[in-house]
Ligand binder design. Structure first.
Ligand code: FES
Length: 150
């Protein structure tokens, strides 16, 4: 089995896996980082979103081979203690209902806000609309992203 050298949350990790193994399963099954969730498995729901070199990416559809040499950040690495501004806003608004999609939502929002410091309401809606929430907590998600944007 080929070996891959990954950089996950600032730490080097060496993994043996077939080249087409989705990064999601490397994170969850090999590295025991289960904050990143499996929803659809076909890049449609956003539950599995992580950052790859700072950009939001759907780890269910990203082969491990293409993640090598890139900086991978998961929800576990976003902050040590939940103090990232997006996480703080999430708590302030009390966003989650069932909570399953929240890591993906937060990773999408945090990548977006790192690149767009002063987004409009419409820009937030546009970037977040690909992250599905079965509880339909969309109004709270929108509000939290607006708070995190300042
Ligand atoms: Fe990856 Fe749904 S699990 S987008």
């Amino acid at each position: 089995m080929p070996k891959y050298n990954l950089n996950v949350n600032g730490k080097p990790r060496s993994i043996e896996a077939s080249a087409d193994t989705p990064l999601l399963w490397i994170l969850r099954d090999h590295l025991d980082m289960v904050g990143t969730k499996f929803g659809c498995g076909i890049a449609q729901c956003g539950a599995c979103t992580v950052h790859i070199d700072g950009n939001a990416a759907r780890s269910c559809s990203l082969p491990v081979a293409s993640a090598e040499g890139k900086e991978i950040t998961t929800i576990e690495g976003l902050s040590e203690d939940g103090s990232h501004p997006v996480q703080m806003a999430w708590k302030e608004v009390d966003v989650p209902q069932c909570g399953y999609c929240q890591a993906g939502q937060i990773m999408t929002a945090s990548a977006f806000l790192a690149q767009n410091k002063n987004p409009s309401e419409a820009e937030i809606k546009n970037v977040m609309h690909g992250n599905i929430c079965r509880c339909a907590a969309y109004n709270r998600i929108q509000k939290a992203v607006e708070i995190a944007a300042g």
